[in-house]
Ligand binder design. Structure first.
Ligand code: THU
Length: 143
């Protein structure tokens, strides 16, 4: 459901970029293509796709590819991410971020403010990070 947590024009742009990123997925094992578009605080959009591996566990989700691209290029503050996925490149339903990706979001984003846009075939759902990762672990717990 659209809750207007961020501007709908920006949401449309993120959704469009996530769909393009989805086409770049490297998925010879699962066949599930995933795309993510991450919005930095300063306005840049960084995309990612899932990248699988014959050894399976080195596989990296689209969301983390986007975060790692951004952080490794010097961007560490983020506003929102849009995510879509599906078998054979078809968005048949929501493809929400896995727990590992939510934990990476927790490292770099404000759980009270960071918006996760889960793309569905004809619509999308919006969540705050704190809703998808309640009582998340972060550096404030390391003392
Ligand atoms: N995948 C993502 O890219 N993001 C997620 O948050 C969930 C799962 C990918 C990993 C794997 O390549 C495929 O989807 C099937 O699990």
């Amino acid at each position: 459901m659209a809750r207007n947590l961020i501007d709908s024009k920006i949401v449309d742009q993120l959704i469009a970029e996530a769909k393009v990123a989805m086409t770049k997925a490297y998925v010879p094992y699962s066949g599930y293509t995933v795309g993510a578009a991450l919005l930095a605080k300063e306005g840049t959009i960084i995309t990612g796709c899932n990248i699988e591996n014959a050894a399976y566990s080195p596989t990296c989700c689209a969301e983390r590819v986007a975060f790692f691209k951004a952080v490794s290029s010097g961007i560490k503050e983020f506003t929102a991410i849009a995510v879509c996925g599906g078998k054979g490149g078809v968005i048949a339903d929501a493809f929400p971020p896995c727990g590992v990706c939510r934990q990476v979001m927790q490292e770099f984003c404000d759980p009270e403010k960071f918006v996760i846009i889960v793309i569905k075939p004809d619509t999308y759902d919006e969540f705050l990070l704190k809703e998808l990762l309640p009582y998340g672990f972060d550096n404030s717990h390391m003392c």
